[in-house]
Design a protein around this ligand. Structure first.
Ligand SMILES: *Cc1c(COP(=O)(O)O)cnc(C)c1O
Length: 370
């Protein structure tokens, strides 16, 4: 049985008849940048996050970088973020001109370790940038407490966590702003690059909108220099259609994750647990295994495709050599980088496919199948 790691074809087949006319209508309107489809999506996505404002931008990396810039963060400022994330998170801090300060993750949740964040705060720290990694919300309450005590802003990297919740409240609504990516493989994915920022602060939203559009007030009146990072009409039309399905797709992911977790627990492997009052949206289903290369190859040999998120913790990448870290500075993230294994997961995955993955995994580990 060939089991892909993600299956975008199954999803497209299910919504082809909705999405094709929506794209055609943007073509008829010739509203390629901005326009009705973009404002419709911004309104819908803000409401989905329980916030008054959403600004569509070109991608998730820009969403983060423009938000930091709009919050006045730049040279000589430090921004604390997770040692275990995709490089876009820390890249955005550098793009804003600030200094990246990495902090290790909690060994169970894979999100920022609060005690280590507290120790990393200096007089130059201006912002905390938690990542809701794999779709699991970071522990926002103690982070917000810490931020309030030190007068820091909080920007959420929610690129992997559309619709994730803590006690009924959606991620993106805890900090000063929440930043999303709609890269095609994300839980809410466009058919190209796209991103957005959500916030309750109207002034911040207006500033981000200007920064993303050449610092423009009107066509040729520029208050300051910005960049070109706008959401386009075709992506917005696709996203509006897909947003209507997001909660169903999330239920599919959560259902699949629950079945995986039962198998993983029986194999004595780390599970990807949800937490009380939480809604983990399972962008990725991540466990840890010994001899990962060998396990991945054994699974691949029987048609099962897996991933690794991420094979090198950010501070250990050549890109951050200049920070002078050693792996032991981040014992959890560095210790996990050779063990992390992401199993196939998408809303349409069947129970039979999940069972086949776990049977093959048990065999590769030399354990009896469950
Ligand atoms: C995908 C991703 C981003 C960046 O989004 P792009 O749209 O690809 O620029 C940022 N942070 C995390 C954690 C991501 O997974």
């Amino acid at each position: 049985m060939e089991i892909p790691f993600v299956d975008l074809k199954a999803q497209f087949a299910a919504i082809r008849d909705e999405v094709t006319p929506a794209i055609a209508s943007v073509l008829e309107d010739t509203a390629f940048i901005g326009g009705r489809a973009v404002s419709e999506f911004e309104t819908a996505f803000a409401a989905y996050c329980g916030l008054p404002h959403c600004v569509g931008v070109g991608n998730g990396t820009d969403a983060l970088a423009l938000t930091l810039r709009a919050l006045g963060i730049g040279p000589n400022d430090e921004v604390i973020t997770a040692a275990n994330s995709f490089i876009a998170t820390s890249e955005a801090i550098t793009m804003a001109g600030a200094k990246v300060v990495f902090v290790d993750c909690d060994p169970v949740t894979y999100t920022l370790d609060i005690d280590k964040v507290a120790k990393a705060i200096t007089s130059r720290t201006k912002a905390l940038l938690p990542v809701h990694l794999y779709g699991r919300p970071a522990d926002m309450e103690p982070l917000l407490d810490l931020a309030n005590r030190h007068g820091l802003v909080v920007v959420e990297d929610a690129a992997q966590a559309h619709g994730a919740e803590i006690s009924g409240r959606r991620v993106g609504s805890f900090g000063h702003a929440g930043c999303f990516s709609f890269y095609p493989g994300k839980n809410l994915g466009a058919y190209g690059d796209a991103g957005a920022v959500v916030t309750r602060d109207g002034d911040l939203a207006a500033k981000i909108r200007m920064l993303a559009n050449h610092g423009r007030i009107s066509k040729y009146d520029h208050e300051f220099e910005g960049v070109n990072s706008r959401l386009d009409g075709i992506q917005a039309a696709v996203l509006t259609i897909k947003l209507r399905h997001l909660d169903d797709w999330t239920e599919g992911r959560r259902h699949a994750a629950a079945r995986y977790n039962t198998h993983l627990a029986a194999l004595n492997l780390p599970v990807a647990a949800d937490f009380p009052g939480g809604r983990h949206v399972y962008h990725l289903l991540v466990t840890r295994v010994p001899n990962r290369e060998r396990i991945q190859t054994a699974l691949k040999d029987v048609g099962i495709n897996t991933g690794v998120h991420y094979p090198v913790a950010l501070p250990n990448l050549s890109a951050y050599r200049h920070l002078g870290h050693v792996p032991a500075d981040f014992p959890v993230a560095s210790g996990y980088q050779d063990q992390l294994l992401s199993l196939p997961l998408y809303p349409e995955i069947t129970e039979a496919q999940i069972d086949a993955v776990c049977t093959a995994l048990a065999r590769a580990l030399g354990r009896p199948a469950q």
